[in-house]
Design a protein around this ligand. Structure first.
Ligand SMILES: NC(=O)c1ccc[n+]([C@@H]2O[C@H](COP(=O)([O-])OP(=O)(O)OC[C@H]3O[C@@H](n4cnc5c(N)ncnc54)[C@H](OP(=O)(O)O)[C@@H]3O)[C@@H](O)[C@H]2O)c1
Length: 294
């Protein structure tokens, strides 16, 4: 049992914090919008008024926020995480953000005598709730070993991949396949549907096929019924693809399927669908194919 701090209690972060509470840790949390964290306060999470206060009150501090700019916001300034760090503390960021920014932050954390790990999650909100998400860890190995028991209270699927930033790099490399695979699925279902096979039958047949991947199978039902809670919206998905495309540009690695999928996400935004789950790609392609009930 450790004194754990958590900053960024959104869809993912809130569920991770909930698992830590369930495991018996004392969790002090902060979220920009306090109301979204009420359900955690109701089950025993303690509240702090700033990322700095969370950091001052905790031995291990975790964060999970939207994007690079959000991370800069919670880390810097007089109320930020850096201002509250003391020697020996461990800061673990689970957000999917820029590798370069994360590495620069790790150096600032080290200058305070503290330690930073990047530990992005692969998996959706259901995986986090069930404890089956995959955690990818980068940073000093000895520090990872120190916090491994805590991370195991989040999931048993943990891969340590190297120094600071390497986990983010791996996560971005993995995540590009998520919408790319999904776009391929949409293309196939539309072909079947326009040839007279009912959409539900086509989806069920696809899910039973040798091509069905767990990630796309999880999301496939959203093509029939839009989810009550958006799991991962178009804007957020595009954020990950842009991180991948920039990495590809820097390393001279062409990412053709990523680039095309990224254009389809831009189309979705152009249609006013930025806040929909990215499964809306089916509707975008359906509209392009002239489907009335895309
Ligand atoms: N959703 C998924 O399936 C999934 C899967 C794997 C990884 N991820 C990654 O996990 C991270 C969080 O995603 P999510 O789905 O949990 O998103 P989310 O529900 O939108 O939560 C985002 C969190 O970031 C905070 N935030 C955003 N901008 C901020 C700012 N400028 N200053 C301070 N806090 C800020 C939000 O605070 P407010 O509540 O005040 O807005 C909220 O706590 C992202 O990096 C995402 O790529 C998501």
């Amino acid at each position: 049992m450790a004194r754990v701090g958590f900053i960024g209690l959104g869809k993912m972060g809130g569920r991770v914090a909930s698992r830590l509470l369930d495991a018996g840790h004392i969790v002090t949390g902060y979220n920009r919008t306090q109301a979204k964290a009420q359900w955690l306060l109701d089950v025993g999470m303690q509240w702090a008024t700033s990322p700095r206060q969370v950091t001052e009150q905790s031995e291990v501090i975790l964060s999970m926020v939207t994007h690079t700019a959000a991370l800069q916001e919670i880390c810097h300034g007089e109320d930020g995480i850096l201002a509250g760090l003391q020697p020996g503390k461990v800061y673990i960021d689970m957000s999917t953000i820029s590798v370069d920014v994360s590495r620069a932050l790790a150096q600032q954390v080290a200058a305070k005598g503290a330690h930073m790990l990047d530990a992005p999650i692969s998996g959706n909100i259901v995986h986090v709730t069930e404890g089956t998400c995959s955690l990818i860890v980068g940073g000093e190995r000895a520090i990872f070993e120190l916090v491994r028991p805590l991370l195991q209270d989040i999931t048993s699927k943990i891969n340590y991949v190297g120094g600071n930033g390497q986990a983010l790099l791996m996560k971005i490399a993995i995540n590009l396949s998520l919408p790319v695979q999904f776009l391929g699925f949409c293309e196939g279902i539309l072909l079947a549907e326009k040839n007279g096979i009912p959409r539900a039958t086509a989806i069920e047949t696809w899910r039973n096929s040798a091509l069905a991947s767990p990630a796309t199978s999880h999301r496939a039902p959203f093509v029939l019924h839009k989810p009550e809670e958006v799991w991962f919206d178009v804007a957020m998905m595009q954020k990950d693809l842009l991180l991948a495309l920039e990495m590809g540009r820097q390393l001279n690695i062409p990412l053709p399927s990523t680039a095309i999928t990224n254009e389809m996400l831009t189309s979705a935004r152009g249609m006013g669908l930025a806040e929909k789950d990215f499964a809306i790609l089916f509707e975008v392609l359906g509209r392009m194919a002239g489907l009335k009930n895309g």
